[in-house]
Write a protein that binds this ligand. Structure first.
Ligand code: MN
Length: 209
């Protein structure tokens, strides 16, 4: 847990302020999509967590702790789903950077080269995994033991409940792209991977892992 980025620890849980203006990801992701996604969907998960934890053993706990404590517990599904989605979205906004389009540097670049056979091969794998995630979910670059891996998770699932440290994520729920791309998830994922990934954020997460 100590290896995860400290996204927020305050109680009540606060909606992460976007690290850039709503229109900063356009034309890859429109201001309208970001507005609904952050202001309605993400906020909805945060508000629901605050409602569900009030007066319970989970009040005052960080999101990561709530997610770990409720994962796989059938009687805690609603809290898990909302807490995990609150965490995933805070991580997603930080995984994106306006006008990125750049390349990773340093140790991250070396490891992508060594473990995926190059940046292009890595990008292809992240796009393919994100596109193939059936239904709603997430595409991720993670550290798993001594390796970097590209993985998908379904619905609200997070990699860290299975011991994987997230470095970057792409939201592939339809609400993330439908206004801009309709059913063309592959076009959205490809554009995000090519133009919006926040390599500095990934490198910070790798250094901490
Ligand atoms: Mn979303």
């Amino acid at each position: 847990m100590a290896t995860l980025a400290a996204l927020e620890t305050a109680t009540p849980h606060a909606l992460l302020r976007l690290p850039y203006p709503e229109d900063a990801l356009a034309p890859i992701i429109s201001a309208r999509t970001v507005g609904f996604h952050h202001g309605k969907h993400h906020k909805g998960y945060v508000d629901k967590v605050n409602e569900l934890v009030a007066g319970t053993e989970f009040e005052g706990q960080a999101l990561e702790r709530i997610v770990m404590a409720t994962s796989g517990k059938p009687d805690k599904t609603e809290l898990f789903n909302n807490a995990a989605q609150a965490w995933n979205h805070a991580f997603y906004w930080r995984s994106l950077k306006p006008k990125s389009g750049g390349k990773p540097g340093g140790a991250l670049a070396d490891r992508i080269e060594a473990e995926f056979g190059g940046l292009d091969a890595f990008k292809k794998k992240l796009v393919t995994t994100s596109v193939k995630q059936f239904g709603s979910g997430w595409g991720w670059l993670v550290v798993d033991g001594d390796s970097l891996k590209v993985v998908g998770t379904a619905n609200a699932e997070v990699p860290f409940t299975r011991g994987q440290t997230p470095l970057l994520t792409i939201d592939v729920w339809e609400h993330a792209y439908y206004l801009d791309y309709q059913n063309r998830r592959a076009d959205y994922a490809q554009a995000v991977v090519d133009k919006l990934l926040n390599w500095e954020f990934a490198a910070e997460n790798l250094a901490r892992s």
